[in-house]
Ligand binder design. Structure first.
Ligand SMILES: NC(=O)c1ccc[n+]([C@@H]2O[C@H](COP(=O)([O-])OP(=O)(O)OC[C@H]3O[C@@H](n4cnc5c(N)ncnc54)[C@H](OP(=O)(O)O)[C@@H]3O)[C@@H](O)[C@H]2O)c1
Length: 253
């Protein structure tokens, strides 16, 4: 289902998981640059509200439609419908994610939902986006992974494993698409103040979704391939990745 708000036409960006707080801020930052948007998620009412708000504030075209990352058999039809509406599609931001409950690691049927939302679904839709941009020899893909994918921890290793797989997938895609002129950027946020982290214990250096959204869009103006947000997480994770395993396995993280 696709609906639109607005009437102008310029370079178009598809945002997957557009009801997320980070995605919403990213959409606003693109709209401020005059980009046409397609917002996709499972919550049509919320998409309608976000689309109306962005159109009112920025006057850009905002389409929206239903998308479920886990329903991989629907992805081809979905992506074709996006390209039919926005033939000038210039980029995709993959923002959906599902933290789930780490206890799911003890129950694989629950853990499988974490993998499906964060990795399998991402690989499915991104393979279609990659083929499209490769044929056009242009475009960009921004994938929101996580610092959680940099090292396995007992508190979130199901989510971390799925995000780690996504980071590797994006790395391979970047290598494949480089010669086609298609840019692939991996974004690894630290803690961000969103519904995903609401009420979680032990958070520190928590960033606002607005800050992260603006920086995601600004990453297109720079040459970096892997962007830690805020920047200091690159160094925090560098330290965490270098803790020797015999010590790391004893830590409560
Ligand atoms: N918050 C943090 O601290 C943090 C840190 C590192 C990385 N990240 C990553 O940043 C991204 C945005 O996170 P956020 O904190 O802004 O999240 P959020 O506000 O909790 O939103 C999560 C989003 O994922 C979408 N989603 C979940 N399962 C989906 C599915 N099966 N199909 C389609 N959409 C699905 C939800 O859409 P609907 O439910 O509306 O369909 C929602 O838009 C995620 O990839 C997350 O993993 C977040």
């Amino acid at each position: 289902m696709e609906k639109k708000k607005g009437s102008s036409m310029t370079e178009a960006v598809l945002i997957l998981g557009a009801t997320s707080a980070i995605a919403r801020a990213t959409a606003v930052a693109f709209a401020a640059r005059g980009n046409t948007l397609y917002l996709a998620s499972r919550d049509e009412d919320e998409l309608r509200r976000i689309a109306a708000d962005i159109y009112l504030r920025y006057g850009v075209n905002v389409y929206y439609g239903l998308f479920d990352a886990a329903a991989t058999d629907t992805h081809e039809k979905f992506f074709k419908s996006v390209v039919a509406i926005m033939p000038d599609l210039s980029g995709v931001v993959l923002a959906f994610g599902y933290l789930g409950d780490q206890h799911a690691a003890r129950d694989f049927s629950a853990g499988a939902k974490i993998i499906a939302a964060n990795f399998t679904g991402a690989a499915s839709i991104l393979s279609l986006c990659a083929n499209h941009f490769e044929a056009l020899q242009r475009g960009f893909i921004i994938g929101i992974s996580s610092v959680a994918g940099d090292r396995g921890r007992q508190s979130n290793y199901m989510y971390g494993a799925a995000k780690g797989a996504l980071s590797l997938y994006l790395q391979g895609l970047r290598n494949r698409l480089y010669s086609s002129g298609v840019r692939v950027i991996t974004v690894k946020p630290g803690f961000v103040d969103t519904a995903m982290t609401y009420g979680l214990p032990g958070l520190f250096l928590v960033a606002s979704p607005q800050n992260i959204g603006e920086r995601i869009v600004r990453s297109l103006d720079k040459s970096a391939d892997v962007v830690y947000l805020p920047w200091f997480w690159r160094y925090i994770m560098l330290i965490i990745k270098h803790i020797p395993e015999p010590i790391f396995k004893r830590m409560k993280l």
